[in-house]
Ligand binder design. Sequence first.
Ligand code: AMP
Length: 396
Amino acid sequence: MPKPILLLNCGSSSIKYQMIDADTEGVMAVGLVQKVGDPTPGTIDHEVDGEEFHDSTYFPSHTEAIAAVVKMFNTHGPDITEAVAVGHRTVHGGTEFNSTTIIDRAVINKLVELSGLAPLHNPPGIAGIRAAREILPHVPHVAVFDTAFFAELPAAAYTYAIDTELAKKYQIRRYGFHGTSHQYVSGQAAQFLGKDISELKQIVCHLGNGASLSAIDGGHPIETTMGLTPLQGLVMGTRCGDVDPGLHAYLGREMGLDVAEVDTILNKRSGMLGLCGKTDMRDVEAQMLAGDEATQLAAEVYIHRLVGYIGNYIAHLGGIDCITFTAGIGENAAWVRKMVVEKLGYFGAVLDEEVNATRSKQPRRISTPDSQVEVLVIPTNEELAMVRETIRTIGA
Ligand code: AMP
């Protein structure tokens, strides 16, 4: 008997979903709803056993979008009523939620209270939870938090040097995000190396459209680049990462903008987009090869920030056994990995250029046998990690 888990990842205008059999860990269905909350018609794409089904209609809110997901399952299978649980990707757990949590009314109320910490991410997540609970009321729903893995960061790492009372009142601290991915990939890296995770000093580079690094000592996170929000740290597709905090006030004053407008500039119009007009690293590479100077500089800024954090983390870890690249850019952009690893020669990292340049979807080692540091590429699988978390939490 399969043990299907439905996974929902609700963004502000999209819903990604999968149904995975927790026993075989095989994908039973995968889909995407787009243009939720849009005045124009949205689309839903549903894939079962390699066969694709499409539909287009209006999704005024997440309720209609989730209803459309259920309709797709009812029409094209698999049977959604056989789902034993629903796992909801939930971005921000604040200080309240340190691990995956079964959702009840009180949990939803707490998530609503936490919305101020993640105004772009938590409200659509809550809308998705509400809609899914209405449609699938008889199975447990669990929230899997992006922040949970980093709940055990040391206080010296998560504390901002601001007024303590203010920090306490408004729950201001570093939380870290992409935790599900960092936890999964660091576990897979240990497995790949045939080592116990407790023996390893690791750095995981999750480089996707959003990007973050983590330093993991013996399986425990000791540092990560994202902060109170996912804006801090690395250069990302559209987010600036680290800037002087004084920039907010300066932009506000000089441009006569309110805080929301400054926030939008730094979240949506910065990063690689702001530097060279492109967010996708394939386009960045093409522009670089065409000799575009702004793009060359953008790539250098991207790598500079990454290498700086890696050096910082090696110091905090007191050494390094393994550096792993993952997510869309980490798994696919060989030139990014090359530019980073070439800067890490001092630490004894040596890249096998041929293996690095060979495309693959498999976990692989891209360092040479005599490299002092293992450099790996491990595909992330946040959905599988969520399924495992969901099963562990409901005790099935
Ligand atoms: P993610 O957020 O993990 O889905 O990563 C998405 C990003 O991965 C895209 O915006 C691209 O920048 C990058 N990406 C995906 N495929 C490739 C590829 N073949 N080469 C370079 N970058 C890629």
